[in-house]
Design a protein around this ligand. Structure first.
Ligand code: F6R
Length: 247
């Protein structure tokens, strides 16, 4: 289903409430909440609201385990462009999540260790009973995570090559496209599909065209986000501008 909100702020609060409900339901049962998280501009206000809930409403993250979708490769966790730095800045350093419950693909691995790491990442998710919810943004190539055009629907966590448009879109943070890594480690489309709930968020006019293709276009590896049309537990959460090209 597609849900359109008047603004990004309202949509982000709704998504944060949904996550908080999962966390609290699991707490009541003495279980862990397993969250699949995204970086980038899109989820920033969701994290802001979760931090507010922690500080003002007493929402605890002590039973939360997180798995981020992706990380650039190679990438040092201490670099300001790393997704480790992003997550610390926007969420982790402000809440009471145990450090050992945080999982982000490792951008410092030796090439020969990447495959084993990716397999272990998948295994760790399934050992915890799978992702309770996966947050997604969408890139202008139609990528989810860093599953660029050509990605298979059953793909798992792996090393991928970033699309030129994706690197261009990241060039500002890196001070030039030439500084953007050419590769990343990402959860696969198949990994994402196994989540119990999937929430794809998109805001702003500049996402309208790719959102239209993702929601209404023919399912194709050319636009990996179209694969989500095959899932019965996905919700597209949009603001009016991102939804403006939908028929
Ligand atoms: C980030 C990720 C990407 C972004 C997408 C949109 O972890 O996996 O798929 O969600 O590139 O980025 P923003 O939100 O910056 O427009």
């Amino acid at each position: 289903p597609v849900t359109v909100y008047p603004s990004q702020d309202e949509a982000s609060v709704k998504v944060a409430e949904r996550i908080a409900t999962i966390i609290k339901d699991k707490q009541a049962k003495g279980e862990k909440a397993v969250l699949g998280l995204a970086t980038g501009a899109t989820p920033v206000k969701v994290y802001k609201e979760l931090v507010r809930m922690h500080k003002e409403d007493g929402l605890s993250f002590n039973n939360v385990v997180t798995f981020n979708l992706d990380e650039y490769y190679p990438m040092l966790p201490t670099a300001e462009q790393s997704y480790v730095a992003f997550m610390n800045k926007h969420l982790f350093s402000h809440v009471d999540i145990p450090q050992e419950n945080i999982n982000i693909p490792d951008g410092t691995l030796a090439p020969e260790d990447v495959q084993a790491f990716c397999e272990a990442y998948e295994q760790k998710i399934s050992n915890l009973g799978g992702l309770d919810i996966q947050l997604l943004g969408i890139g202008r190539t139609g990528h989810i995570g860093f599953n660029e055009p050509g990605s298979a629907p059953n793909s798992g966590t792996r090393l991928v090559t970033l699309d030129d448009l994706t690197r261009r879109d990241a060039s500002r943070e890196f001070g030039g496209k030439e500084n953007v890594p050419t590769k990343a480690i990402t959860m696969g489309v198949g990994t994402i599909f196994k989540a119990k709930e999937i929430v794809l968020m998109a805001w702003n006019e500049k996402k309208a065209e790719i959102v239209k293709k993702a929601v209404e276009g023919e399912i194709s590896s050319e636009i990996p986000a179209t694969y989500l049309q095959m899932s019965d537990h996905v919700e597209f959460v949009l603001d009016e501008d991102a939804a403006s090209a939908l028929t």
